[in-house]
Design a protein around this ligand. Structure first.
Ligand code: AMP
Length: 183
């Protein structure tokens, strides 16, 4: 099963992604986690991505597309995968479709976690990650609205969008996601 998790920063994508991959036995591919690891280990990728991440800006499409292209071709992705935080732009989504088309593993469901702005702001305040300063958080939300939100219409037009209420207990939300992707 090939899944994409979609939603603003702070929507709970990472937490719910962990529950779903555990239930379905597929790997979670988080471009944010891969980029943070590259920053920590000081690779070329990390040197390019680090300052952009710290500012709450998106990393260039070609860099993240390259990461995902390599990752989805690994053997542990044979039975599917869950993409968490990718794609984040229309060009990323288009590149993903090409990559997955070649592998004959199309995206089946795009799960959009719906969380009101006020709730997002409260959650982000409490998170305390290095790229979570108030200015960075604001910038990440702006980037989401400008570049990532249009993906909702893109995937809805393809019949792949599953909207799920992202406010509730972790187990309630996980149950809603499971029913949305098993329909
Ligand atoms: P995340 O953990 O998914 O919120 O990602 C943290 C940061 O990594 C983002 O604010 C971006 O700077 C960068 N990043 C992660 N995924 C992507 C992506 N698909 N496209 C561009 N930048 C990304």
């Amino acid at each position: 099963m090939q899944l994409v998790f979609f939603g603003p920063p702070g929507a709970g994508k990472g937490t719910q992604a962990q529950k779903i991959v555990a239930a379905f036995g597929i790997p979670q591919i988080s471009t944010g986690d891969i980029l943070r690891a590259a920053v920590s280990s000081g690779t070329e990728l990390g040197k390019k991505a680090g300052p952009l991440m710290a500012a709450g800006k998106l990393v260039p499409d070609d860099l993240v597309i390259g990461i995902v292209e390599q990752r989805v071709a690994q053997p542990d992705c044979d039975k599917g995968f869950l993409l968490d935080g990718f794609p984040r732009t229309i060009p990323q989504a288009e590149a993903l479709a090409v990559v997955l088309g070649k592998l004959n593993k199309p995206i089946q469901h795009v799960v959009s976690l719906e969380v009101p702005d006020e709730v997002i702001h409260e959650r982000m305040k409490g998170r305390g990650r290095a790229d979570d300063s108030p200015a960075t958080v604001q910038h990440r939300l702006d980037e989401f609205r400008r570049l990532t939100a249009p993906l909702k219409d893109y995937y809805a037009a393809k019949g792949l969008l599953r909207t799920v209420n992202g406010v509730g207990s972790l187990d309630e939300i996980a149950a809603l996601i499971k029913s949305a992707i098993q329909r």
